[in-house]
Design a protein around this ligand. Structure first.
Ligand code: ZN
Length: 200
């Protein structure tokens, strides 16, 4: 009788241990993932420039707009977190007008996935005039650039309902800012992304 009770107790203890173990198993992957994330973050090579595909399409944009008699300048590309913080502070804690609502890590510029453009006139001056028609074809040069950029796979900041950003062009490769912040990056060898698999 006593032996049986002891046996039951042992079984009960084993059961409790098993439950505890199973719970640890489900809890541990989360912990391990967080650790992997931190380690992975350190191992990820630092981004110091434009993503190769964005760079390629940027060069295409310069070339194709030139063909139409429009000269563009790329005023900004990759932006470090420090630079982003500096321009975020502008108009907030430092002098000047507010130019961005994105803090460090919140802009695709910080991942080498965005560029800003402006128009360059023959006299060398740089303008942000969206009505200017320098090639005289009856269309705004700015919007011609935007149309070509979209064909090249860029998303235009001017299409955003909240805080439209007219000089801004970006490619997110289907990744959200949250995913990028977690260290997820588009493959460096992503090509013809916008064209799909048919070119392969
Ligand atoms: Zn921008």
């Amino acid at each position: 009788m006593i032996k049986r009770r002891r046996k039951t107790l042992v079984l009960l203890a084993a059961l409790l241990l098993a439950i505890f173990y199973m719970q640890m198993q489900t809890a541990i992957p989360g912990i391990i993932n967080d650790m992997d994330f931190d380690l992975g973050k350190k191992e990820t090579p630092a981004i110091t420039g434009l993503h190769p595909y964005v760079l390629k399409q940027k060069n295409e944009l310069v070339r194709l707009t030139k063909q139409r008699g429009i000269t563009i300048v790329i005023t900004d590309g990759y932006r470090s977190h420090e630079e982003q913080t500096r321009i975020y502070n502008q108009g907030r804690t430092t002098e000047g007008d507010i130019v961005t609502n994105a803090k460090a890590g919140q802009s695709l510029h910080n991942y080498g996935l965005a560029i800003d453009f402006a128009l360059r006139l023959e006299d060398g001056s740089v303008i942000w005039d969206m009505e200017y028609d320098g090639n005289g074809n009856g269309k705004s040069d700015w919007m011609e650039v935007v149309a070509i950029a979209k064909e090249l796979g860029f998303e235009w900041g001017g299409d955003w309902d909240k805080f439209p950003d007219y000089p801004h062009l970006q490619m997110d490769f289907g990744l959200t800012i949250r995913e990028l912040q977690r260290g997820k990056l588009p493959d460096a060898d992503i090509h013809e992304y916008s064209e799909g698999a048919k070119s392969k």
